[in-house]
Write a protein that binds this ligand. Structure first.
Ligand code: FMN
Length: 119
């Protein structure tokens, strides 16, 4: 499977990664981490449709991003739902594999696992 890199502030994204059965994912803690080769980035959204700063920093010096997965909140941020992931898709011209609401549904996680396996 492609390498997984993620950022998680309150634990949703981390749970999503764990539910996918990924055991060797790289967690972004500072934005200064490095990874060789291709990867899929998982991110939350913040500050009215922003990509977290540490995720932007990571992306800026790790050129292998292949796709993005987002976790947002439809209940609280419907107008900027998953814009953190959308911004990455636009800036790096990569597909969004899933825009999850919180943890997503079991079906969404199953579909996402298949998408990742087919990358
Ligand atoms: C200050 C703040 C701003 C947020 N802004 C957005 C937003 O613009 N769009 C969105 O879809 N979700 C937004 N969210 C919701 C988070 O992206 C969502 O809860 C996500 O699942 C958090 O992932 P984590 O638990 O891995 O940190 C915001 C949350 C916080 C606390």
């Amino acid at each position: 499977m492609t390498k997984i890199v993620y950022a998680s502030r309150t634990g949703h994204v981390e749970k999503i990664v764990n539910q996918l059965g990924v055991t060797n994912a790289l967690k972004i803690e500072t934005g200064e981490e490095t990874i060789d080769g291709d990867y899929v980035i998982f991110t939350y959204s913040t500050g009215q449709g922003k990509t977290p700063k540490l995720v932007e920093q990571f992306l800026a010096h790790n050129p292998g991003v292949k796709a993005v997965v987002g976790s947002g909140s439809m209940a609280k941020h419907a107008e900027t739902f998953n814009f953190g992931a959308e911004n990455i898709a636009k800036a790096y011209k990569v597909p969004i594999l899933a825009k999850l609401d919180g943890l997503g549904t079991p079906q969404e996680i199953e579909d996402l696992a298949k998408s990742l396996a087919n990358l």
